[in-house]
Design a protein. Structure first.
Length: 262
């Protein structure tokens, strides 16, 4: 076992939430976060039951990034984060560092793809959407400052660490963000069960911003009015509509399919 090194003092930096909600747990999520090097933990706590081959790379990364850490009894790790599936590694996280809207738009590669998330409130759903966005190479994800789940530890875990590879920006007004995208030559599209055009009939080779609506209410009327296109995802008769994450994956797959077809 790696020698037990303890940090000299606890950090007084801002936290993502209250004491228990500020802990990110799980080896993969924490390793991914450290490797990205952008959303740095205030501190790491590791179980004394971890094998050396598992804990040494984490300690090495923490040392390089100057992230304080300590090794404690396994039961103490469980007590701190309030979860038993922590895999022996937890990280106390500060508020997530969102990107600036303008910088995300300006740095996109052509043909660009963006997501506009309209008041997603389920953090696990939000994380799954981010995972899809990362898999399909989305250039940026825009969320509102109000009415939207913040990026927190639940989002980080359900995204499988994908939030560290995405440019997620917060906007005061998503409708204004849609207008800014349109001014940059990006067309906005939303899914609707009442649309006549199927997703595979849309020209996805053009720059696109896909609007994903709230789990219950869907896309707001104000934002829906900004959409250039409405498309439908064909479904078997009698089945209920797809959830936000599944719809996102289907739409992003179609965009990639069209763009990769010779």
């Amino acid at each position: 076992m790696v020698g037990q090194r303890r940090k000299k003092q606890r950090s007084n930096k801002a936290l993502m939430g209250n004491h228990q909600k500020s802990w990110l747990h799980g080896r993969n999520a924490i390793v991914e976060t450290l490797e990205a090097g952008r959303w740095l933990p205030n501190e790491l706590v590791l179980s004394d039951q971890l094998a050396e081959e598992l804990v040494k790379p984490i300690i090495d990364s923490a040392s390089v990034l100057q992230v304080p850490f300590e090794i404690v009894p396994h039961e103490r790790v469980t007590q701190l984060c309030g979860a038993r599936d922590h895999q022996g590694v937890i990280a106390r996280m500060p508020p997530f560092p969102y990107f600036d809207v303008e910088s995300v738009i300006e740095r996109a590669t052509a043909p660009s793809t963006f997501l506009i998330l309209d008041r997603l409130q389920d953090p696990f759903n939000f994380g799954s959407v981010c995972r899809c966005a990362s898999v399909f190479g989305v250039d940026g994800v825009f969320v509102a400052e109000a009415g939207q789940s913040e990026v927190n530890c639940q989002v980080a875990r359900s995204s499988a660490g994908a939030i560290n590879r995405l440019k997620i920006a917060r906007a005061e007004n998503l409708s204004e963000t849609a207008d800014r995208l349109k001014a940059a030559g990006v067309r906005t599209v939303a899914t609707s069960p009442h649309a006549e055009q199927r997703i595979d009939q849309l020209d996805c080779t053009q720059p696109l911003a896909v609007v994903i609506g709230n789990e219950g209410a869907g896309v707001s009327e104000e934002l829906l009015a900004r959409c250039d296109e409405l498309v439908t995802i064909p479904q078997a008769t009698g089945f209920e509509s797809l959830n936000a994450a599944v719809s996102t994956g289907i739409v992003l797959y179609e965009i990639q399919r069209q763009r990769s077809t010779p």
